[in-house]
Design a protein around this ligand. Structure first.
Ligand code: GDP
Length: 203
C-alpha cells in the first residue's frame, strides 16, 4: 500500500499536543496539507494522486472534524487531510469545531511545507476561500490553489474565462500562490504537476 494512515484527531487540544512534538508519532517527513470545502473533490484527488482506490474516503458533511495524517510512502511525505469547511447545513457548533481544528493545525504545524487549497474549477474563489488564503498569507504559510473537477469546464472558451477570472481574483487579493493547478481526478489532469511541485519543495 502506497499510503499508510498515521492518526486522526478531532480534539483541538490533542492536535496541538501532537504537533508540539517535532516528530509526529515517529514521522518527521515534510508535511503537505489539503483543505477545501466539503464535496470539492478532495478524497478523489488524494486517491488519484497516491494511486489508491479508497485510502481517502469522502466523509459525510457534518460527520467529521478530524485532521487525518497519512504517510505517502513513495514520496516520503506526510499528507494532512483537513476537515471540509463551509458546509451550510452543519450546526454552528460543528462549524466552529472544524474551523477551530483547521486553525489549530495551521497555527501549530511547524513541519508544514505547503498547503493545497482545493476549489471547484467552476465556482469561486468564494469569500470564504479568499478569507482562508489571506489567513494563510498572514501566517506566512506557502500555498497552492488546486482548481478541481476541471473536466466539467466543457469548452475551451469557458476554461480560458475561468483561468483569467481566478488569476485576477488572487491578484486582487494580493495573494501570491506558488502556482495555480487545474485538476481532474477523472481525467488525471494536474496530478503530475502536483507531484512535481511536492518533489521540488522537498529536494
Ligand atoms: P470531498 O467531499 O471533497 O472528499 O469530495 P469527493 O472526492 O467525495 O467528491 C465529491 C463528488 O465530486 C463525488 O461525486 C465525486 O465523484 C465528484 N468528483 C470528484 N472529483 C471529480 C472530478 O475530477 N471530476 C468530476 N467530474 N467529478 C469529480
Amino acid at each position: 500500500m502506497a499510503v499508510q494512515f498515521i492518526t486522526g484527531l478531532g480534539q483541538e487540544d490533542q492536535l496541538v499536543k501532537l504537533l508540539a512534538n517535532d516528530n509526529l508519532l515517529g514521522h518527521n517527513e515534510p508535511r503537505f496539507a489539503f483543505l477545501g470545502r466539503s464535496n470539492v473533490g478532495k478524497s478523489s484527488l488524494l486517491n488519484a494522486l497516491t494511486r489508491t482506490k479508497s485510502a481517502f474516503v469522502s466523509k459525510k458533511p457534518g460527520h467529521t472534524r478530524e485532521v487525518n495524517f497519512f504517510l505517502w510512502e513513495d514520496m516520503k511525505v506526510v499528507l494532512a487531510d483537513l476537515p471540509g469547511y463551509g458546509f451550510a447545513k452543519a450546526t454552528k457548533q460543528a462549524r466552529n469545531q472544524w474551523s477551530q481544528n483547521i486553525d489549530a493545525y495551521l497555527r501549530n504545524d511547524k513541519g508544514l511545507n505547503l498547503a493545497f487549497i482545493l476549489l471547484d474549477a467552476r465556482h469561486g474563489p468564494t469569500d470564504l476561500d479568499l478569507e482562508l488564503f489571506s489567513y494563510l498569507s498572514k501566517l506566512k504559510i506557502p500555498m497552492c490553489p488546486i482548481m478541481t473537477k476541471n473536466d466539467k469546464l466543457k469548452t475551451q472558451k469557458l476554461r480560458h474565462q475561468r483561468k483569467q477570472f481566478v488569476k485576477a481574483a488572487f491578484e486582487e487579493m494580493g495573494v501570491n500562490p506558488e502556482a495555480i493547478i487545474w485538476s481532474s481526478s477523472e481525467k488525471g489532469h494536474g496530478i503530475n504537476q502536483i507531484k512535481s511541485l511536492i518533489r521540488e519543495r522537498i529536494s
